[in-house]
Design a protein around this ligand. Structure first.
Ligand code: 13P
Ligand code: SF4
Length: 299
């Protein structure tokens, strides 16, 4: 059945001049049919420059929304509208306006895991791949408000020494990776290099060897001469890690690091998305122009 679906998807994709983008956390079957897999930064860049007419976004809602903001003339489809990111929904534009009013004179940096209305209220967008470089590029005395992820914000503050006040948002999936989880994984695999995502708590990040975005993890492992790695992020990344590095071993820090939203899209839903042109993601035009300014500054 999967084989038939894969064939049908390929035909429909051609008919509609569509491209399939998938995040590194999507299930194996989705990553296998994607034209491009990547982290949030890579996916944004690809969405901005593709010449396809239709983008089928296999990821979560804010990613498809970002693609639409960057490519307003294209049709952007999210095969399951319930694939959201709980962290992105932890702050609204109204709450951000109140946060800004309570902390005036600060530059607002929003993690890309945020809604279009929050991006529109922010000065600069960032991803986990560029947050440190971006903050370092700002004048040293510039004070920052960071939304919505308090852990990525803390990580950037620790690495740059800048004055950053964070919103108290978090990723429920990465919260499962505690310092104890990382320590015990290291004990089980003493020869392995421990890679963690900076959405994890600072205490856990300190126990790891490298804190990297998913795209940076893939690049790091490819270049590394080490043979064993402990992976402290969502387990979907194992697909690409194993595909790229047949001679290397990967151990999850804990088996339950799964983002349920990233697993909502399957082959059937991708086929239906292309067959019925569903579910189209749209963004209010005024909001999109404002949000795009924050994303363009990042890119
Ligand atoms: P990356 O940009 O590192 O792929 O992370 C996105 C994300 O949602 C992590 O939870
Ligand atoms: Fe959101 Fe966390 Fe899932 Fe990433 S892993 S999409 S931050 S809930």
């Amino acid at each position: 059945m999967d084989e038939a679906l894969v064939k049908e998807i390929a035909i429909l994709k051609k008919q509609h001049n569509a491209v399939i983008l998938a995040h590194n956390y999507e299930s194996d079957e989705i990553q296998a049919i994607a034209d491009y897999t990547g982290d949030s930064l890579g996916l944004s860049r690809t969405a901005a420059k593709t010449d396809a007419d239709v983008i089928v976004f296999c990821g979560v809602f804010f990613m498809a929304e970002t693609a639409k903001i960057l490519s307003p003339q294209k049709k952007v489809l999210l095969p399951d509208l319930n694939a959201g990111c709980p962290m992105a929904d932890m702050i609204t534009a109204e709450k951000l306006r109140a946060f800004k009013a309570a902390n005036p004179g600060r530059t607002v940096i929003c993690y890309v895991n945020s809604t279009a209305e929050v991006k529109a209220e922010s000065d600069i967008c960032c991803t986990s791949a560029n947050a440190i470089d971006l903050v370092k590029a700002l004048p040293v005395d510039e004070k920052i408000l960071f939304v919505p992820d308090m852990h990525l914000g803390r990580f950037v503050a620790e690495k740059t020494g800048r004055d950053i006040i964070c919103w108290k948002g978090f990723c429920p999936t990465h919260m499962k990776i505690t310092a104890d989880v990382v320590r015990s994984a290291r004990q089980r695999h003493p020869l392995a290099i421990v890679l963690i995502h900076p959405e994890c708590m600072w205490e856990a990040v300190q126990e790891a060897d490298e804190a990297l975005s998913t795209g940076q993890m893939l690049a790091f492992v490819k270049k590394s001469e080490a043979k064993e790695f402990v992976i402290a992020t969502e387990k979907g990344i194992l697909y690409q890690l194993r595909k790229d590095n047949p001679g290397k071993e990967f151990y999850m820090a804990s088996p339950d690091i799964v983002c349920p939203n990233m697993k909502k899209i399957n082959l059937l839903k991708v086929r239906d998305a292309l067959l019925k042109m569903q579910y189209e993601v749209t963004v209010d035009r005024v909001l999109a122009v404002k949000a795009k300014q924050a994303i363009d500054r990042m890119l």
